[in-house]
Design a protein around this ligand. Sequence first.
Ligand code: NAD
Length: 336
Amino acid sequence: MIELSKKVLVTGVAGFLGSNLLSKLLREGHKVVGVDNLSMGNLRNIAAHRDNENFTFLEKDILDTSFIDSLDEEFDVIIHLAAFKIPRYGNAVATLQVNSKGSENMLEFARKTKTKFVLASTSDVYGMSPDIPFKEDGNLVLGDSKVPRWAYAVSKLFDEHLALAYMEDYDFPVVLLRFFGSYGPHQHLSWWGGPQSVFIDCILNGDTIPIHGDGQQTRTFTFVEDTVAGIYAAAMKPEANGEIFNIGANEEITILQLAEMLNEIADETEKVDIKLIPYNEISKGRKYQDVMRRVPDTSKAERILGVKAKTLMREGLRLAYEWQKEVRAQEKEAVK
Ligand SMILES: NC(=O)c1ccc[n+]([C@@H]2O[C@H](COP(=O)([O-])OP(=O)(O)OC[C@H]3O[C@@H](n4cnc5c(N)ncnc54)[C@H](O)[C@@H]3O)[C@@H](O)[C@H]2O)c1
């Protein structure tokens, strides 16, 4: 099916998912206005598209209501990705503020302009639910408020409820997407990008890979192209409106297996040791809770969005590894 060219507003465009989505939207012939305050994003991620006449970049903050009020263009869809993630080493205030006030500001813009709104939520909202695989209408089981990680899940749950309430009260469509750990080119090079980024960095630096706990906690990592296919379909398909979707892969692996797989992908001379670190040693005095299994039921996304993650982990991780190696080499060259 040939889609008509749409005008899309993407927040968080210079981040990991935003920049990969930007490439897809431009490739498919859409016009994009992208917003990012570059707090966590990187201009390197969008450099290839800066001269594209179908892309406008605005270095702006979604907490700044005067900026949002000044947006006088009409959009077919808003894809709201700008957010702060799990406050692992403090910064819970930023997570709660950006993900509540920032999202509310963007929803207000959608309300005024009656524009379809696609919200980035997270698999973290399922928390410690034992109901594996997680279904979109299942229970969400969060832990103790004294554990900082839940600030992120709570902020995203607030977003989900706010978006659904706006849809009901103000009559414009919203779609909620719960992403399961995405990885690939443009991923952050630190823990902000997830364990695979940290582990690759350890291998490139010749450091021991640190694994929190016993390494038996599982995840279903999703290659970024598969995540982007889900976002794209949700934005374009009217059948998605009003729905919640898990966007993730089905290949469940332990964190220990992830580290071992990356060590296998590395060159013979690059392989490093792996060390288990008890949770109490990394929590710096704060209470810590991990999610022991995280697996999505993706049948709804397959049925309604028509997407299914295709990339095998070993293949996707090799691409992420090669990309990260290249970027690190360029960074080292630049400081010479
Ligand atoms: N990557 C994943 O695996 C994953 C998993 C679950 C949920 N998510 C959600 O998907 C979205 C995108 O994630 P990502 O991995 O690309 O994160 P990211 O940090 O790479 O991208 C977010 C972008 O938002 C920007 N931003 C933050 N605060 C802003 C503000 N106040 N104003 C303007 N821009 C601001 C940052 O600079 C960054 O470029 C987020 O909402 C995240 O919570 C991602």
